[in-house]
Design a binder for this molecule. Structure first.
Ligand SMILES: [Zn+2]
Length: 248
């Protein structure tokens, strides 16, 4: 009896040690924090020097077709075309994100390209964790401010998880962008008619950085020093989405 008890005690002890050890291992695995260097941010500078008016499906499996890539708007005060503005800001954003430790993939680094909105999404799907689409608005001269466009929860082409994460990303991006710049916050809008968003299989946000048809927004966005501010503020938004403290 005595030796049986002894054996039971030592078996229990061994089990305790095992559980404790396993516990440490699992805690250790959970505690492994995701670093910025584990993440690849996709940037799509909207448009290109010439639009492509061929068509493509607005989403996977859709019979609705839209033009491959539009020419974009233009600064009514500065004369700067949207495709030049988006690329210029995208380059600052890439630099800022890399300085913070992220990896970055851009859909284009030149203006003279021919890449459809579907192709842009597919390029980023392959290599990135999230996609940031940069655009600027055009409307009546009085309209000004920034907005972010995200897929609604009823988007027929995307999973609910991607839609929810896209809204969270759009919110963080827009909030920090307007905090860090002199551009007014117009708000978040659900949009399910955007080809480049519907083909995305990763969380995606489209930022309308301001109105190129508004003299104040147009002039502000055209200045290099402001473009650096815009990029820093967007990077703050991405940090916020992932829960990174940008004072680290
Ligand atoms: Zn645009």
């Amino acid at each position: 009896m005595k030796s049986v008890t002894k054996r039971m005690v030592s078996a229990a002890l061994a089990l305790t040690v095992l559980i404790a050890t396993f516990g440490i291992f699992t805690t250790g695995a959970k505690a492994k924090k995701r670093e910025r260097s584990d993440l690849t941010i996709g940037i799509d500078p909207g448009h290109q020097s010439r639009g492509n008016f061929g068509t493509e499906p607005v989403g996977p499996g859709s019979n609705t077709k839209k033009i491959k890539v539009a020419g974009g708007t233009r600064g009514t005060t500065t004369g700067i075309p949207e495709y030049k503005l988006t690329l210029s800001v995208a380059k600052y954003l890439k630099k800022e994100l890399k300085a913070r430790g992220y990896k970055v993939v851009m859909t284009r680094s030149r203006n003279d390209v021919d890449i459809s909105n579907k192709e842009r999404a597919q390029k980023l799907n392959k290599k990135c964790n999230i996609a940031i689409r940069l655009h600027a608005d055009g409307a009546a001269a009085s309209a000004h401010g920034a907005s972010a466009l995200y897929p609604s929860e009823n988007n027929p082409y995307l999973t609910k998880s991607v839609c929810r994460k896209s809204k969270k990303l759009s919110d963080a991006l827009l909030t920090q962008y307007c905090k860090g710049t002199d551009i007014r916050k117009n708000g978040l809008h659900a949009r399910d008619d955007l080809t480049g968003t519907n083909w995305s299989s990763i969380p995606v946000a489209l930022l309308e950085m301001g109105f190129m048809t508004n003299p104040s927004d147009d002039t502000y966005m055209s200045k290099k020093k402001n473009q650096k501010k815009m990029a820093k503020a967007m990077a703050d938004g991405i940090d916020k989405y992932y829960g990174f403290n940008n004072m680290e």
